[in-house]
Design a protein around this ligand. Structure first.
Ligand code: F6R
Length: 357
């Protein structure tokens, strides 16, 4: 039931504060055991497809940043070469909302054949990926009806952030006190997500009038923001049928900038303060070619005056901003699809669960 919302996708975007809260309240022994298994691996690999891959990439970047532990992320359909180098000392984290995606299952099986251990994060109890893994962690997102993943992405980010923090705690990089502090700031997350939805629904709707007329857009970031940029581009592509590319901002001058002309939309996601200066340079490059620049930035950002349009996220905590940052991008894709007269719940050519290779 859509409970008064015109589409499931919008309902699920609005459900995020609730399900993120439930996920945080459910952090327990399964996360601790999962983190322990991952930490004990010689190498940690993480794999998934689509939106779940973006969450997995975020996990890899955050874990390397926080714990200095090497994590190798890969797209599950590309598993062969990664499974080739895996051994029984390694651990694979398999991330899948449905727990049924054939590519992710194939990666899991290939790693198991090499004797590696597998930890899974899924949203469906008893799904095949959960059943075939050595340790299961379940997200508490509830069923997602919209084909485009929204609430399951932010729940994955929340769950994987916690897992990453536990790994850093195990490796001694995060102490008891810091762990408590992070835990209490995570508790603010549901209300901050709600605030972001309220602050930027009208903003996204207004921007969708502009976006709906465009054939192409770029979504750029650096560091921890890159997976968020990739996800923003995927959302726009899959439901509004606009060519959208997400990539690390530094890559612009190595080719993609050739396409930029007057009023070409470029969305910038800024998360890490330490990378702002270099991102600033990339924004200037785009502006010099007449791009229409849109900034998604944290509260304490110094890039406030830089963009044609700006969404300022209501938190400056680096653990929380990525999860908030994707919200305006989900809303933008949604309203752009609606503006173009498409049904965002049923994008053409796509299935909720992909069970063919
Ligand atoms: C995009 C989307 C897909 C899925 C992908 C993996 O909005 O939903 O890209 O993320 O098919 O699915 P799961 O997570 O079920 O393995």
């Amino acid at each position: 039931r859509k409970e008064g919302f015109p589409h499931f996708m919008l309902k699920e975007i609005h459900e995020q504060p609730l399900v993120i809260g439930e996920t945080i309240r459910g952090f327990g022994i399964d996360y601790e055991k999962g983190a322990e298994m991952l930490v004990n691996g010689k190498n940690i690999f993480v794999t998934a497809a689509g939106t779940s891959f973006h969450a997995s990439l975020y996990f890899a970047l955050l874990t390397m940043k926080l714990s200095s532990q090497k994590v190798i992320p890969f797209i599950s359909s590309e598993y062969e070469v990664y499974a080739h180098v895996a051994s029984e000392d390694d651990v694979l984290l398999a991330v899948s909302q449905s727990g049924e995606t054939i590519d992710t299952l194939a990666a899991l099986r290939a790693f198991k054949q090499k004797g590696a251990k597998v930890v899974s994060l899924t949203n469906v109890i008893g799904s095949v990926i959960a059943r075939e893994s050595d340790r299961q962690i379940y997200m508490k997102a509830g069923p997602e009806i919209g084909v485009a993943a929204t609430k399951t992405f932010t729940v994955q980010l929340t769950a994987l952030t916690w897992l990453s923090i536990l790994i850093s705690h195990h490796t001694g990089k995060i102490g008891e006190n810091e762990l408590k502090e992070i835990n209490s700031s995570l508790k603010e997350l549901p209300s901050l997500v709600e605030k972001t939805i309220n602050l930027y629904s009208g903003w996204s709707k207004e921007l969708s009038n502009f976006m709906a007329k465009k054939a192409s857009a770029y979504y750029l970031s650096r560091g921890l923001g890159v997976p968020i940029a990739l996800e923003g581009a995927l959302k726009l592509k899959e439901i509004a049928y606009i060519h959208a590319e997400g990539y690390p901002a530094g890559e612009s001058k190595h080719g993609p900038i050739a396409l930029v002309e007057k009023n070409f939309p470029v969305v910038f996601v800024s998360i890490e303060k330490s990378l702002e200066k270099r991102l600033h340079g990339n924004v200037e490059e785009m502006k010099a070619r007449g791009a229409h620049t849109i900034g998604i930035i944290p509260k304490d950002s110094e890039l406030r005056e830089l963009f044609d349009r700006t969404a300022i996220l209501p938190s400056s905590n680096e653990f929380l901003t990525p999860i908030l940052g994707v919200v305006p991008l989900q809303l933008l894709a949604y309203y752009t699809a609606v503006e173009k007269g498409y049904d965002p719940d049923k994008p053409r050519n796509l299935a909720k669960t992909v069970t063919v290779e």
